[in-house]
Design a protein around this ligand. Structure first.
Ligand SMILES: [Zn+2]
Length: 243
């Protein structure tokens, strides 16, 4: 049995929320890391009415799940954001904070038990609100250049394998097309916008956000996060093909 079903979701309500503008239903899930020492620090932060920050759910390192805002309400987790034409990401999404020390305290691998709980929670929300796999996103996706969570250690490929989020599987044809695109100077830059990234972000910000999620080998000394290569282009082509 997975921990999410063993433990009940704990309800810790925060006053930090509003109404979804236009009465819309959530159509995206945005995953974050808390960037805190522990769960309590994250909860305190989201209870603080002077900060105007919150999320619907918090997933603890031991797999415990806490709910702070009702799904129907608008939590304040995305900030200034954009995804595929939508700027009011908070009205259209459910925010899930995953406890991790983040880049402030030393970004760590996420424990398996915590990832299992994230998968279970997302699957339940996807079913309840009819949210597609492609609409499970990271904060980094909707705020390139400004945010880097849930971070390059977040196991997006593993999640996609379980139907939560998507993962590119480029074919030989994608690699061939990528080579041709790279040969035209800068011919790739529109592809990342087409996938969904903010057109107002810089080209480098979009590329780094894309790499952090889909090509994490570029981080941690394994490459240059803002350098586009044939694998980057093949991956974005594979994703666009699946849209
Ligand atoms: Zn975040």
């Amino acid at each position: 049995m997975l921990p999410f079903f063993k433990k009940k979701v704990k309800w810790v309500p925060t006053p930090n929320f509003g109404e979804r503008r236009g009465g819309v239903k959530p159509s995206m899930i945005v995953l974050h890391y808390t960037d805190t020492k522990d769960t309590q620090e994250a909860i305190d932060y989201m209870m603080d009415t002077t900060r105007e920050v919150s999320a619907h759910y918090v997933v603890e390192m031991d797999g415990g799940v806490i709910q702070m805002v009702k799904d129907e309400k608008r939590a304040w987790h995305a900030g200034k954001a954009f995804w595929r034409g939508e700027r009011d990401v908070n009205s259209h999404s459910i925010g899930v904070e995953i406890v991790n020390p983040g880049h402030s305290y030393g970004h760590e691998e996420f424990p398996d038990v915590q990832i299992e709980a994230v998968v279970k929670l997302c699957k339940r929300l996807m079913k309840k609100w009819k949210i597609g796999a492609a609409d499970v996103l990271g904060h980094e996706d909707v705020a390139p250049g400004r945010k880097q969570d849930p971070g390059h250690l977040f196991p997006w490929q593993l999640l996609a394998g379980q139907g939560v989020g998507i993962w590119p599987e480029p074919t030989a044809m994608d690699f061939e097309a990528a080579g041709e695109i790279l040969a035209q100077n800068g011919g790739f830059s529109g592809l990342f916008r087409q996938f969904g990234y903010d057109p107002d972000a810089t080209k480098e910000e979009r590329v780094v956000a894309f790499h952090r999620r889909f090509y994490a080998e570029k981080f941690g000394g394994g490459g240059d996060p803002d350098e586009v290569d044939v694998v980057s282009v093949a991956k974005v082509l594979a994703l666009l093909r699946g849209m």
